[in-house]
Design a protein around this ligand. Structure first.
Ligand SMILES: Nc1nc2c(ncn2[C@@H]2O[C@H](COP(=O)(O)OP(=O)(O)OP(=O)(O)O)[C@@H](O)[C@H]2O)c(=O)[nH]1
Length: 356
């Protein structure tokens, strides 16, 4: 099995899992369409229907191309657009020359479109498809048949559309549940590597900076012990709301541990991230949570360095957070900036910004 279609490749990341699921549908629909249609090339040729036979060859060639490119290049050939085009032409022409025998193919083809194309595109294609088949049926069959065909094909499309719409919503909901923390609504660790990697790619390709902040509540265990676990939960949820309010649209907030959060800040220099971290800490210590719960937090800041992997980047921030904790908490420590991935720190060691 190709890496694209292997399940162990998609199991760790919910977004990739959904993508893998969609690609498997595309792959199987093209594969089984090819198996069903390939023999008809010869059948139609033997009946002297050379044009239809040639159209079916095109259909099969497209199916083979989609399968091969999906398997070996990880590419969805022409985003599946040739399938509906050829399916409409083949079904309409086959019905014109073969009558009901051609018409039967319109039903699986119309259904397949909802699994191959985005919902809106599939609906538009199928309105066109049903209209073409209605015109062909009107010209080819008695009026009673025309109505039966139009309504049954329309109903098949409607059922397929409702099913595809609900599956799409379910996929979206499952992805949201799998990628976010239910208590705070923050992203969870499943997205961490992908999002840090995308910032690293932007850094490498466009020389644009990104920074991250690690923020950890101080002595959170004592809050749970003193006020109860539920109050602790409320502090975490409120902290997420307050932090999100302070962030830009492009920033991302993760909950990466019990009382540990991570902020990814695109287009933000270390100095600006330090200012933000300091503001957050000041706000946490100055404004009590829930039933007058006073708490402080420690934070670290790290700007991504050239040639660095996401785990090295995160690790630098983690070391500085450890330092902030060991130096007395309620403070921001900035990670030493490295000259490059192998880099020696260019400014000595971790830097204490300020104590609140
Ligand atoms: N209420 C609540 N508590 C949690 C949750 N997740 C983790 N915790 C608690 O957070 C506490 C973390 O304790 P520690 O790792 O010792 O950290 P701390 O007490 O904040 O001490 P420092 O980080 O060293 O300042 C533990 O008591 C966990 O039970 C959660 O979802 N809700």
């Amino acid at each position: 099995m190709s890496p694209l279609l292997s399940t162990d490749k998609v199991a760790t990341n919910p977004t990739l899992a959904v993508l893998g699921f969609k690609r498997q549908i595309v792959y199987h629909l093209h594969f089984w369409s090819f198996i069903a249609v390939a023999p008809l090339v010869l059948v139609q040729w033997n009946h002297g229907n050379y044009l239809l036979s040639a159209l079916l060859v095109l259909f099969c060639t497209n199916a083979l191309l989609v399968i091969a490119l999906l398997r070996y290049r990880n590419v969805y050939f022409l985003k599946g657009r040739l399938f509906p085009l050829l399916a409409v032409i083949c079904a309409a022409y086959s019905t014109t020359i073969n009558g009901h025998a051609g018409l039967y193919w319109a039903y699986p083809a119309a259904t397949a479109l909802f699994f191959l194309l985005p919902l809106r595109e599939a609906t538009t294609c199928n309105i066109f498809f049903v209209t073409v088949m209605a015109v062909v049926s009107f010209l080819k069959f008695p009026e009673a048949d025309f109505w039966r065909i139009t309504f049954s094909l329309g109903l098949t499309c409607l059922f397929a559309m409702i099913f595809a719409w609900l599956v799409g919503r379910l996929q979206g909901e499952l992805t949201r549940l799998a990628t976010t923390d239910p208590l705070t609504g923050c992203l969870n660790r499943s997205q961490l590597a992908d999002i840090l990697n995308s910032q690293i790619q932007i850094r490498e390709r466009y020389e644009r900076v990104s920074s991250l902040i690690l923020l950890d509540l101080d002595y959170f265990k004592s809050i749970n012990d003193q006020w109860g676990h539920l109050a602790g939960d409320q502090v975490l949820a409120e902290l997420a709301i307050r932090t999100r309010r302070r962030l830009r649209e492009s920033d991302q907030l993760f909950r990466i541990g019990g009382e540990e959060f991570m902020l990814v800040l695109p287009e933000t220099r270390q100095r600006d991230a330090e200012t933000l971290a300091q503001e957050l800490l000041t706000s946490i210590s100055a404004h009590p949570f829930g039933d007058d719960i006073h708490i402080t937090a420690s934070a670290s800041v790290a700007e991504v360095a050239k040639g660095e992997t996401w785990s090295v980047w995160l690790n630098r921030a983690d070391q500085s957070l450890y330092q902030a904790k060991s130096q007395g908490r309620n403070q921001v420590v900035s990670a030493p900036r490295t000259a490059d991935a192998s880099g020696s720190p260019d400014d000595g060691g971790a830097e204490l910004i300020a104590e609140t």
